[in-house]
Design a protein around this ligand. Structure first.
Ligand SMILES: [Zn+2]
Ligand SMILES: [Zn+2]
Length: 97
């Protein structure tokens, strides 16, 4: 198994994650967004908060869901969260290109 982190932009696992965003949570410890070296310079610096939140929700689910972890596939809930992230991303200028 790879120990890399998923890139927040291209979703590829990267062994050399670059921290592109630090999200402060009101309910717990902060959360870091990671990108691969190739994407980091292109990651939008703007406040795409909704996209970040959706991505975090997706990662949080995948990290805890036995079904998602078990077979490496996405359960319906993961698919729904992933779709929500994509929808939020499309709404940004990053996704509109
Ligand atoms: Zn990437
Ligand atoms: Zn799942």
């Amino acid at each position: 198994m790879s120990t890399g982190r998923p890139c927040a932009r291209c979703q590829q696992l990267t062994d050399r994650p670059v921290r592109v965003r630090e999200i402060h949570s009101a309910t717990g410890p902060g959360y870091n967004l990671w990108a691969c070296p190739g994407c980091a310079p292109h990651y939008p610096p703007g406040p795409d908060a909704l996209v970040d939140v959706r991505w975090k929700e997706y990662l949080d689910h995948v990290a805890l869901c036995r079904r998602c972890l078990g077979n490496g596939d996405h359960c319906p809930r993961a698919v729904a969260r992933h779709a929500a992230w994509k929808a939020a991303r499309v709404a940004t200028r990053e996704g509109s290109r």
